[in-house]
Ligand binder design. Structure first.
Ligand SMILES: [Zn+2]
Ligand SMILES: [Zn+2]
Length: 293
């Protein structure tokens, strides 16, 4: 019942768009952006408009409707994380797309309109505001320290240890200092890498472990909370006049995981400040102590 698939992994000799798949990627039936056309920009008086060109894909994570990937198997997680990689690599070739965002909405409060386990990919013709702020911020830091701010954060968090949730050879998850939301978690590769697709196969397996364990802890601590996760990777470097020629030096990819526990309200909308009732140190402590089955 979906549109024809863009990508799939199949265990048997099954044909595209037929049963026998482990993971499938299809175009979104109700896309936020259209794939066909050129990016047109126009001025409307003092205002600016551009055409809504981009890609909007849905990753169907498993054939099982009630499956929770991080509970079932490590293989399922690795397959999902590898599919993220394959789709980003493919979409990057289209130089109309300045950014490719992978994200997951789990539960109605997190914005999910379907209950079957899925992630989404949206390729946009401009670099989104939040990403631009991160990339510009990391460049500014690099400008006076000649170091990656994210690598520095990892070093500092390891020195304190109080905000770490889980760690393996290649990845670390932590509740960031002065985080916006209760139980907000960031997950970063320990090796400096600006782009998600630079990850090796071994690192993908370790990411599966780190994300899997982190999600199990979060789910045990909060009782299967609704959440969003977003993958922040470098902007597409193949675009003409790339504004960040040194992005490989100063940016560092990561996941942000945000359980839906509080509501963004007047104060937050009005100021861009966030009131977080749970200090990240307490959240991390709780996540480390919780029994995981
Ligand atoms: Zn770094
Ligand atoms: Zn980020």
């Amino acid at each position: 019942m979906t549109p024809p698939e863009i990508y799939s992994v199949r265990s048997h000799d099954s044909l595209a768009n037929s049963p026998g798949w482990d993971i499938r990627v299809v175009p979104n039936k109700f896309p936020a952006l259209r794939i066909e056309g050129t990016v047109e920009r126009e001025g409307v008086g003092m205002f600016d408009r551009m055409s809504g060109i981009g890609a909007h894909e849905v990753i169907i994570e498993t054939p099982l409707h009630d499956d929770i990937l991080y509970r079932r198997s490590d293989d399922g997680m690795v397959l999902l994380l590898d599919t993220y990689k394959k789709r980003i690599d493919d979409l990057k070739k289209d130089i109309r797309f300045h950014y490719i965002l992978v994200f997951k909405n789990e539960g109605e409060r997190a914005g999910a309109s379907l209950s079957h386990p899925h992630s989404q990919i949206i390729a946009t013709p401009i670099v989104p505001k939040r990403v631009r702020e991160e990339v510009d911020g990391s460049l500014e830091y690099y400008g006076y320290k000649m170091r990656c701010v994210f690598c520095d954060i990892i070093r500092e968090e390891k020195r304190f240890g109080t905000r770490i949730v889980h760690e393996n050879a290649s990845f670390i998850s932590l509740c960031p200092f002065a985080s916006r939301f209760p139980f907000e978690i960031w997950l970063l590769p320990k090796r400096h890498m600006s782009g998600y697709t630079s990850m090796t196969q071994q690192e993908t397996i370790e990411l599966g472990d780190c994300l899997g364990v982190t999600m199990k802890r979060l789910s045990a601590a909060l009782g299967e909370p609704q959440y969003n996760w977003m993958l922040h990777s470098e902007p597409n470097r193949s675009v003409p006049r790339n504004p960040w020629p040194d992005v490989g030096e100063h940016y560092h990819w990561h996941f942000e995981i945000i359980p839906k526990l509080t509501r963004v309200a007047g104060f937050e909308w009005g100021t861009g400040f966030y009131i977080n009732p749970t200090p990240p140190e307490d959240a991390a402590d709780f996540l480390r102590e919780v029994d995981v089955f």
